[in-house]
Design a protein around this ligand. Structure first.
Ligand SMILES: Nc1ncnc2c1ncn2[C@@H]1O[C@H](COP(=O)(O)OP(=O)(O)OP(=O)(O)O)[C@@H](O)[C@H]1O
Length: 245
């Protein structure tokens, strides 16, 4: 069994958490200690905000969970896998189960909306027949059925972020990691993206959102993890935004 850590009794259900960090620290090469001795658990089905000032280590946390960067010390488990024991070749398989959305969308510029989403399905070698069903269905959920043939540059920022979200979700990930998904959006589009994230969460995907958006965090009353200078300073159920931007 991959879950060798002794934490089960701390949970009211038997299911192991989807993310576990145990005393995780990360120092970058030039000596910046981006993350300092963080321990946390996120259970399947949770919706969690990670907030904190610029440079407090939020993106580093996300990168650690994706095994994009390695911890200097500590242990990380994602979806039952001990990332420290995961070989390089197993990382793509880990990421298949994780949807990722970034502030800058990261769409393929020369591919239309349909192709951008279909690409995620091709990577995991979905049969063409499934792709032809899944991609339009996913784009309909994010409200982009009439934009299948548009290129990213022909879309608004909010629409581009919805494409990115469709791409992150089309493979039915158990976990969605969103790093400032509303960072480039106006308030109306930001709320639309958050409503979609909440919807996805209701369908069973665990959602982790890094954000600077105080209004949204305060209004949504979710679990809020606050970082300050690499330290986890607060972790509250139905929390609010503690620090100034
Ligand atoms: N590749 C890197 N090499 C060296 N230092 C880095 C690297 N990436 C991040 N850092 C440093 O680590 C610290 C935490 O950065 P991180 O990007 O995790 O913060 P953040 O909370 O996501 O910030 P922001 O809200 O501005 O995106 C910062 O001091 C940053 O300069």
């Amino acid at each position: 069994m991959a879950y060798s850590y002794n934490i089960r009794n701390e949970f009211i259900d038997d299911e192991p958490p989807i993310i576990v960090l145990e005393n995780v620290s990360k120092s970058y090469q030039k000596g910046t200690e981006a993350v300092k001795n963080i321990s946390l658990k996120i259970r399947k089905g949770e919706f969690v905000f990670i907030v904190g000032n610029s440079g407090s280590g939020k993106s580093t946390l996300i990168k650690l969970m994706l095994k994009e960067v390695e911890p200097s010390s500590g242990k990380i488990y994602v979806n039952g896998k001990d990332l420290g024991r995961l070989r390089r070749g197993q990382v793509p398989k880990l990421r298949r189960n994780i949807g990722v959305v970034f502030q800058d969308f990261r769409l393929l510029k020369d591919r239309n909306v349909y192709e951008n989403v279909a690409f995620a399905q091709r990577v995991i070698e979905k049969p063409l027949k499934s792709i032809r069903e899944n991609v339009p269905a996913m784009l309909s959920i994010v409200g982009l059925s009439d934009k299948l043939n548009s290129l990213p540059r022909e879309l608004s920022g909010g629409e581009q972020q919805r494409v990115a979200l469709a791409r992150a979700l089309v493979n039915n990930p158990v976990l969605l990691l969103a790093d400032e998904p509303t960072g480039n959006l106006d308030p109306k589009n930001s709320w639309e993206i958050m409503a979609l994230l909440e919807e996805v969460n209701k369908r069973g995907t665990t959602v982790l959102v890094v954000t600077h958006n105080r209004e949204i965090v305060d209004a949504m009353q979710k679990r809020v993890i606050t970082m300050n200078k690499g330290i986890l300073v607060s972790d509250e159920q139905k929390g609010g935004y503690l620090y100034e931007n």
